[in-house]
Design a protein. Structure first.
Lengths: 455, 94
């Protein structure tokens, strides 16, 4: 056997480690070990690649790996859990850009003149480029560096369609004849498509788009694998691509929407919302009165949303939960799959605050028991608890599975102001007879309740 | 052409495997699953190493070099951040 065969054997080992890694990431008991296994797989793949006989410049490789490792490690260690969505988006974008550069580098080496390799280069650049700028715009939106609202402009869909068509035509030209100008144009237009594609997507739809871009970065890697005819790239990239699609589908189902609707819907744009006008008025309650109700409660459910992340209220919420439990109440946290800005966002925040794992409940587990709940506390969640999703067919979110807090005996809704949620909808919950609003910063409100319990 | 067919075979089988691998994930694992698989997508680093390691083509080599940096950030950052998150989950639990 020659050296190349040994390298390929090592790639098989890497692939097996990736497969087990992803599999184990899907199970709470094994997730951490799974992550470690896949890291070992990556290490093996990187080390053996250096032994290719074409690879001669070790210093530059080492320098690149060292720089990247230090930057990645520092960012990953320093990030606050509240900053997790934007960091994941940023890392994802870097992966996409790396695939673009690999495709481009192969083009510059000039060895790729057959249509098959050129198709692969085209796909690696197209998918990688969209992933890069798409993730970067998502990063800007999540980090609050630009508005989380959908950015719409006239003829947006037409512009995107023309861009897409141009990319198709350029692709054909490049694959058939391979001129450099076509490739450069493809790079530029792919980057533009990523920006324009994510701009119209609003904050509440971010969980879907983040999961999708994650899947896309894997496919970009697989395409790069076809460029350099490397099997481990194809296997690993494809695994990430397809398992990412599963997550995307889970997110779409949690909103009762199709993926196309998320991409092209411009959901939540100003003025876009319809639905029945809600009758009645919102009734406020003071922190003191809320405390008396909570003190008597036997069964309390917290429903956190993006507002909890914004107010950084998770530690105060944990403290209140612990006090309620000491007071003899059963305490649970009901987590909607798309609450927050990325899949599993609320779980990460509550885990950071040391909320006991057993108290974190999924929507389907909590809903049947909602009738026995004395107090449901909604913290900065809005659309995911809007009963219009269940009983108002004219509502844009009709059919979306929600946490049925309106079935609880009493609902306290913590909210900054009287404005509507991400979707621009009035929330019918807030007008219900059993709902009381507590206005103000969520963290201050919760801290106030904690003080009442202690005092 | 033979190579291409072989690689397409690999791709298609990996695609089916990827769909089967993750079916019912508890929602508390959605973020770690995403950031962990995100780290795996940094596998492009292998291609970047090959592009950067060759002696020829100055410009292409530099593209490979920057690609290594970016992909390694993706890989190392992704794994470390996932491990941190899962560490928080694990502290209690059982």
């Amino acid at each position: 056997m020659d050296l190349k065969s040994y390298i390929d054997l090592a790639y098989i080992v890497s692939s097996i480690l990736f497969i087990f890694g992803i599999k184990m990431l899907g199970n709470a008991a094994t997730a951490r070990k799974g992550n470690l296994l896949s890291a070992v797989g990556m290490f093996v793949a990187m080390v053996v690649t250096v032994f290719y006989k074409e690879v001669v410049d070790y210093q530059m490789i080492l320098a690149g790996v060292a720089i990247g490792a230090v930057i990645g490690w520092i960012w990953a260690m320093r990030v606050q859990m509240t900053g997790m969505p934007e960091l994941v988006a940023l890392f994802n974008g870097f992966g996409g850009l790396a695939s673009v550069l690999v495709g481009w580098a192969e083009f510059e080496f000039g060895k790729s003149t057959d249509p098959v390799t050129q198709t692969a280069i085209y796909l690696a650049i197209l998918i990688g480029g969209v992933t890069f700028t798409g993730s970067f715009v998502a990063y800007l939106k999540l980090a609050g560096k630009m508005s989380g609202r959908p950015t719409l402009f006239p003829a947006q869909k037409a512009v995107n369609a023309i861009l897409f068509l141009a990319l198709l035509v350029l692709g054909v030209v490049y694959v058939m004849q391979g001129p450099a100008w076509a490739l450069y144009a493809i790079i530029v237009l792919s980057l533009a498509l990523g920006v324009l594609g994510v701009l119209p997507i609003g904050g509440g739809d971010m969980p879907v788009i983040i999961a999708f871009l994650n899947s896309f970065s894997g496919l970009a890697g697989a395409a790069a694998g076809f460029v350099i005819l490397n099997k481990v790239l194809i296997v690993a990239g494809c695994l990430v691509g397809t398992s990412g699609i599963i997550l995307t589908i889970i997110m779409c189902k949690a909103m009762n929407r199709t993926f196309g609707n998320v991409l092209f819907g411009g959901f939540g744009a100003a003025g876009g919302a319809i639905g029945k006008a809600v009758e009645g008025e919102m009734k406020g309650i003071s922190v003191e009165d809320a405390f008396y109700a909570l003190e008597a409660a036997q069964n309390v459910v917290f429903v956190p949303g993006y507002g909890m992340a914004v107010a950084q209220a998770q530690h105060a919420v944990k403290e209140l939960g612990a006090l309620l439990e000491k007071n003899g109440a059963e305490v649970r946290f009901a987590i909607h799959p798309v609450a927050g800005r990325m899949p599993g966002h609320m779980n990460v925040l509550l885990a950071e605050a040391d909320v006991p794992y057993e108290q974190l409940c999924e929507m389907d587990a909590v809903n049947p028991t909602m009738g026995q709940v004395d107090v449901a506390i909604v913290i900065g969640a809005n659309d995911v608890v809007n009963p219009a999703a269940g009983d108002d067919p004219s509502s844009p979110i009709y059919g979306m599975p929600i946490i049925n807090v309106h079935e609880a005996r009493t609902v306290f809704a913590l909210k900054r102001g009287k404005g509507s949620g991400f979707s621009g909808l009035e929330n019918a919950l807030f007008f219900r007879e059993n709902c009381r609003m507590i206005y103000g910063d969520a963290k201050e409100t919760i801290t106030g309740l904690v003080a009442q319990f202690k005092g | 052409m033979d190579t291409l067919i072989l690689l397409l075979f690999v791709f298609v089988l990996a695609a089916f495997l990827g769909f089967e691998l993750i079916q019912k994930v508890p929602s508390q694992l959605h973020t770690p699953l995403m950031s962990g698989s995100n780290a795996i997508s940094g596998i492009t680093v292998v291609g970047a190493i090959i592009a950067c390691g060759v002696a020829e083509g100055e410009f292409g080599k530099w593209l490979g070099f920057f690609s290594i940096i970016l992909a390694t950030i993706n890989v190392v950052g992704g794994y470390v951040v996932t491990d941190r998150m899962l560490g928080m989950f694990k502290k209690k639990g059982r």
